[in-house]
Design a protein around this ligand. Structure first.
Ligand code: ADP
Length: 272
């Protein structure tokens, strides 16, 4: 009877512990949700006047022409754009965290997505005299069913980082797939400053920037990779990274597609 009593007490204690843990988890989830909602509301409220400030700064610039005070307007524009970028990033992050981010899955061409991103980013690469190249493997499906806008957002993030952290050499976007597993990979490779093994694990934390005077002076919000990783997850994918300090980095967006979302149109051989 003594032993049975002890067991009963143990079971009761375990149940009580489990109940408390569940309660604590629920409270933490609720607190997290209100934090995300607060951030989303706040960013939304700041965005409207910020957009107006930028709009009027643009108008002012047009009207003063090449005045000696132009740098003042440019400083307003530069800082305004940076602030707007931070606000948009926070808004995105909080939307994802509070489960409010919608993804719309539609048919899109992955190779066209790569071409569009390369076209968009080429000017920035040229400004730093970097080669921006693309390589599309023949294993890539003609279409996939996914969210084209979100894939582009992730790729733009990865490519703009690659350009930001590379001073010479090249940035390459490679697209390849595995028709058996329906895994599609968008790889962004650079010959830039690289990342140390100890920093790799922290890259995806919000606001994290690798310490070191040059990375911080380059600017940015430290939110790009945190958002990209969460977006990738929403698209049934992930971001993989490998890097070597001083040699360059490779970031990949890997999508695990369902067989029906991997659409391979037959190759046209022309009229017979
Ligand atoms: P941001 O670029 O706005 O600072 P991210 O979240 O996109 O924020 O990146 C976080 C940090 O990871 C960067 O500040 C930088 O230190 C490091 N990083 C990201 N991409 C690269 C890259 N291609 N090469 C070297 N470091 C990188």
């Amino acid at each position: 009877p003594f032993a049975i009593g002890t067991i009963t007490r143990d079971v009761r204690k375990q149940k009580e512990d489990a109940r408390r843990l569940l309660e604590a988890r629920k409270k933490a989830d609720a607190a997290n949700r209100s934090k995300s909602e607060f951030l989303a509301n706040m960013s939304h409220e700041i965005r409207t006047p910020m957009t107006a400030i930028l709009g009027f700064a643009d108008l002012l610039q047009d009207s003063v022409g090449h005045d000696e005070n132009q740098y003042l307007i440019e400083t307003i524009q530069e800082n305004g754009r940076h602030l707007l970028q931070i606000i948009n990033d926070i808004l995105d992050l909080s939307k994802i965290e509070s489960g409010k981010l919608q993804v719309s899955l539609l048919a899109c061409s992955p190779s066209e997505l790569v071409a569009e991103v390369a076209k968009l980013m080429r000017i920035r690469a040229q400004q730093k005299s970097l080669d921006l190249t693309t390589e599309i493997d023949s294993s890539v499906p003609t279409q996939i069913r996914s969210d084209a806008l979100r894939i582009k957002q992730i790729l733009i993030n990865l490519v703009s980082n690659a350009i930001k952290f590379t001073d010479q050499g090249q940035v390459q976007i490679r697209l390849f797939g595995d028709p058996k597993s329906h895994q599609l990979t968008f790889e962004v490779r650079d010959s830039g400053i690289g990342i140390s093994a100890s920093s790799l694990t922290e890259l995806f934390q919000p606001f994290h920037q690798v310490d070191g005077s040059d990375t911080r002076s380059i600017g940015g919000t430290g939110l790009g990779l945190a958002i990209s990783r969460r977006l990738a997850k929403r698209l049934q994918g992930r971001i993989e990274v490998s890097s070597e300090l001083g040699a360059g980095s490779r970031f990949s967006l890997v999508l695990d597609l369902a067989p029906e979302d991997w659409i391979q149109h037959p190759v046209r051989t022309g009229p017979k």
